[in-house]
Design a protein. Structure first.
Length: 151
């Protein structure tokens, strides 16, 4: 197996433009190739506990980066539909389609697919057909949809 530095180089890792430290990227790259934390610790000359801590921080940083991208995509979307708590999930597709019609934008989802996407993305903010927390549904210019809790 190639060294961690070689894996990062082949993947185009640039520490100046990344939310991960070089060490975090090394640990993730090696873990994704199936190495155990103890093996990584030996390779990097550190303890397994340190590798565990670095990996946990790296995964937290990756999740924060994903959340940041989702937020940016939603607020930058040309169509944004606010879905207030108490709404019926079955009403959401019509609200989204109406807003997209006004913006001359085509949504890439059928009504059932859109309801599932909203429900899945909202997590516990949707219970059955009931929306329990304010949501923001953003439709990007390519018709893709992003959903965020507004509270």
């Amino acid at each position: 197996m190639p060294a961690a530095a070689e894996l990062l180089s082949r993947a185009g890792f640039d520490s100046d433009g990344n939310v991960l430290t070089r060490r975090q990227a090394e640990v993730l790259a090696l873990r994704e190739r199936g190495l155990r934390q103890a093996d990584i610790a030996e390779r990097l000359g550190t303890s397994r506990a340190n590798v565990s801590s670095v990996e946990a921080s790296a995964r937290e940083n990756v999740e924060k980066a994903r959340e940041t991208v989702a937020f940016a995509e939603t607020v930058a979307a040309p169509v944004r539909v606010e879905v207030p708590a108490g709404s019926d999930l079955y009403d959401v597709p019509d609200q989204v389609y109406d807003a997209c019609d006004e913006a001359d934008l085509k949504v890439s989802y059928s009504a059932p697919d859109l309801m599932k996407l909203v429900s899945d993305a909202a997590g516990d903010a949707v219970a059955g057909r009931r929306v329990d927390a304010d949501l923001l549904v953003g439709v990007r210019s390519d018709g893709s949809v992003r959903v965020r809790r507004a509270d």
